[in-house]
Design a protein around this ligand. Sequence first.
Ligand SMILES: CC(C)(COP(=O)(O)OP(=O)(O)OC[C@H]1O[C@@H](n2cnc3c(N)ncnc32)[C@H](O)[C@@H]1OP(=O)(O)O)[C@@H](O)C(=O)NCCC(=O)NCCS
Length: 176
Amino acid sequence: MNPQPGFLTMRPMTLDDLPQVYRIELDSFTLPWSFNSYVHELTDSRVSRCFVAATKDDNERKKILGMIVIFLIEDEAHVATFAIAPQYRRNGIGWRLMLHAFKEVCREGADHAQLEVRAGNQSAISLYEKFGFVTVGTRKNYYVDNHEDALLMNLDSMNLEKLAVIESRFLASDSE
Ligand SMILES: CC(C)(COP(=O)(O)OP(=O)(O)OC[C@H]1O[C@@H](n2cnc3c(N)ncnc32)[C@H](O)[C@@H]1OP(=O)(O)O)[C@@H](O)C(=O)NCCC(=O)NCCS
């Protein structure tokens, strides 16, 4: 599946999305968030910004293809969770969703971003590096399931102009 113009929509997550979001969570992570964590992020948290990638087809029940949650703390955007449904990966949905979320938080005042990623998660690390994230540290034995290290990655300066450049680079490599 290649996302065609008009097929995908990026929008804020709603409570109605949560059953599908939670399925993706379970399919994507060995230490998944609970369903109630998502309820909390949507209803109680002042810092959470939650977005989904979804199909746009009005004739079908909308399908959720991926989600991202960002904690916006003053000028910092912390990527708290991010996943695309396994059957839709490697189609350019991940970068589009992250870009959409970053544009939204930039409009609210974020000017840098940070995240933690498993040291062995090459797919995600490659995506983050294409956004300009650099590894600034390691947390040893961070993940309790397999004691894997976490890499701390920072995107030091983030603004709408830079995101537009990143978008054009992704679009150029998509069309190659
Ligand atoms: C990481 C993840 C969100 C990427 O989503 P995606 O929609 O597959 O990513 P995209 O198709 O937009 O890919 C963008 C870039 O990411 C990198 N990438 C994505 N999947 C990759 C893979 N399987 N192998 C190597 N690089 C990969 C590539 O650099 C790719 O660019 P390219 O296709 O031009 O080579 C997805 O793999 C996922 O949900 N993984 C499980 C959950 C997870 O690890 N989340 C991150 C937690 S920190």
